[in-house]
Design a binder for this molecule. Sequence first.
Ligand SMILES: [Fe+2]
Length: 281
Amino acid sequence: MDAAKGIALVASNGGTVHDYEGANRIQRPLPPMVFIPSTAGSGSDISQFAIITDVRRCVKMSIISRTLVPNISIIDPLILGTKPKDLIVSSAIDAFSHAVESYVSPIAFPLTETQSLKAIDLIIRYLPQALKSPSIDVLEQLAIASTAAGMAFSNASLGMDHALAHSLGGMLDVVHGLVHPVLLPPVMRYNLPVCEEKLAEIGKIILGKRRRTSRSTALAGIEKLEENFVSLRTATRLRDIVSDRSTLPQVCRTASRDACLLTNPRSATWEEMLELCEEAW
Ligand SMILES: [Fe+2]
């Protein structure tokens, strides 16, 4: 879908796709786009984002513009029934990260927050069911979750987990959906001092109840989330998805220039991100 966005962009605006890296740099309208997503995760079928890998610079470029929202999306959960389970899991966790990061984004607002929370709730409830018995009704709930999360991050953007995921994907070709089970929980802990109440709201959904304080609800929610990732048999340590530890400083320097880092609720230098990655190793 992002390749289609890139092709449509260059066909109508000229130049190369690199000319449009960043936000709001597209001047002319794009030809009509009709998308049929084949996973429940990326949200590209609803978002104003296109992520294109520049293989020469080894970076994933974020191109952000309202004209990148397709005219029509046909979201059919029947297609999800043809997917292997590991792809269902990594896509759903990507959508989960979209929901969490858009929810705590400093530019979130009530309409995006509602979509984010809806997506979090649906994925927590239906992902385990989708793995046990992937009925069309259950897959439909994941498709709705992915679309809701896509609508939320299209307007409220993302955060540090995605900045690092883009950098790891561009430099080392790490599969996008495999990064979040490793880095989303530490990023949530890093953000805790500045968005305790919002992370408690997420914790309440994950746990099914609140603890005594917002802080303890948020922390217990993050811990439970990590347990969920372990039970889904995804990689949970950075060493499981990155082979060479010495690449981490460059990964973090590149992530510090990613547009998603601008909307992480707590600012971070590349050295602070490196510390977080070292702890996740
Ligand atoms: Fe993503």
